[in-house]
Every structure is written in structure tokens, then in C-alpha cells.
Design a protein around this ligand. Sequence first.
Ligand code: PNS
Length: 164
Amino acid sequence: MRRAVCPGSFDPVTLGHLDILGRASTIYDEVVVAVLINKKKSSLYTVEERMDLLREVTASYGNIKVDSFYGLLVDYCRTEEIPVIVKGLRAISDFDYELQMAQMNHGLAGVETMFMTTNPLYSFLSSSLVKEIATYGGDVSGLVPPLVHASLVERMAANRAANA
Ligand code: PNS
């Protein structure tokens, strides 16, 4: 069985992520979406909330599993016996850091990284931009799955009410 992991923060999952996950799911028998538990980074959604959204938006693929991990990605790969990491590359600006991580992960544990070019429709898209736009009431409906959009609208309204 060929398995791959797609790691990330997914705060929240965007259409760009979903594009990569869906395409990876046609290449591998099982794709594990692994949400990083990052205690240093502040996030809009908790890890559990991000995992729930991911589960809902990937359910129709049938071979995508959602999990979380803490610590080194290569340790997660070793424990779960997953030999391949799949990453989306949006632009050349992603490349330097992604190359460095891929080489480090290969050097550390022999884990391979496969890069998939992002659909040009989403080459400008990031979770951070989605959050910033949504915070100031901008329209992100074309950037995230409908479920995530509904959740963002609700979360932003709740945040505004809490800060009023
Ligand atoms: O969505 P993000 O925040 O860009 O994802 C980054 C992620 C989670 C893929 C990366 O930070 C990661 O792999 N972190 C785990 C810690 C780790 O293994 N660090 C060493 C990398 S060589």
C-alpha cells in the first residue's frame, strides 16, 4: 500500500490545500493529512477544529485520513511508517525553504518529498491571507471550501462581538 503524508498548519484548510490533497489522493492509496501541533504559533482554530474541517472537506475522497502530530515530521513518518511527504509549491518563493526542509528530512530519516505544482488558480493563496481578509470583512468565499467559509464568517462575527 502506497501512503503519503501532507503536513501543515491548515489554519484553516483552503482550496489550494484541497487541490493538492485531492490530486495526491489519486496517486497514493492513502493520504494522511497531518496537522502540526505548534504551541509557539497562535492560531484561529484549535487543532481539533482544523482536523474536523479537514475531515469534512476530504470525506468524499475516500482515502484521506486526518491526524495531528507534535515534534519532528520525520519522527511521525517513522512511527506511522509513511515514506513520502507531499507538498504543494505555489511559487519560486516557496522553493528555497521547501528544498531545505526536503533535504533535511531526507538526510535525517531517508523520507522522500514529492512536490506538486499548485494549480495557478491558487498560486497566491495562503491561510494567513484568508484570515487577514476575513478579519476585515473581505470576501473569501472563492478561496476556501463552503463549509470553511461558513465557519470563518461565524468565527469572525464571534471575535468582533468579543472585542466590541
Ligand atoms: O502549513 P505550514 O505551517 O507551512 O506547514 C509547515 C510544516 C508543518 C510542514 C513544517 O513546519 C514541519 O514539518 N514542521 C514539523 C517540525 C519539523 O519536522 N521541523 C524540521 C523540518 S526540516
